[in-house]
Design a protein around this ligand. Sequence first.
Ligand code: C5P
Length: 226
Amino acid sequence: MAADDQRIVAAIVVAAGWGERLGSGGPKAFVAVAGRTLLEHATEPFRTHRRVRDVILVAPANLTASAAELVPSATVVPGGRTRQESVARGLAALADDVELVLVHDVARAFVPPAVLDRVLQALDAGAAAVVPVVPVTDTIRAYSAGTNELGATVDRSSLRAVQTPQGFSRATLDAAHAGADPDATDDASLVEAIGGQVVAVRGAEEAFKVTVPLDLARAEAVAARG
Ligand code: C5P
């Protein structure tokens, strides 16, 4: 095995979702912000990071050729039915010598390189699974949709919102995805489900998830700041 900071890193950027809530009438990855698709924005910090050798782009099955045209340096593979299946397909496409994997959602198209640095530093320091997190700004309460009743207010100082890229030793991520719940929405929870430990590092506001139409205005503002 290579020295801890010499291990070969690959990124899997999952972009095979439709992004219904954005209402753009097509896959979110191909929506343009500041003249470039989210696909191009989201892959850039990985394509240009000195520690990341390979980028695997998981695209909608009918749009792999367009994705490859937009990001020629990436290996493009078709996505699955759920996010978990798409990540698993990305994992299956990794080169044999890759030891560390960053898994990133295309919807978090503006993650600053410093977040990649922090995730990789934690992996280099020995963590097997790392997630970037940010404080929660809203007051959060339990809620019962059936009765429309509010429950207790949760102490938000004890909460963190989880972002991507999440970083893993490849062996840990492979084990977590073997027999995983196909509806799992993040990879760190799959690691915990097999008894693994997850370390948190500081995320970034700019790594917000482009989900609803208003997020596009915020994305334009972040892109304009460069
Ligand atoms: O739907 P959601 O916003 O949770 O999706 C998170 C990420 O997973 C997005 O980047 C989306 O493109 C990706 N995804 C995928 N394949 C699916 C569903 C979602 O790559 N079948």
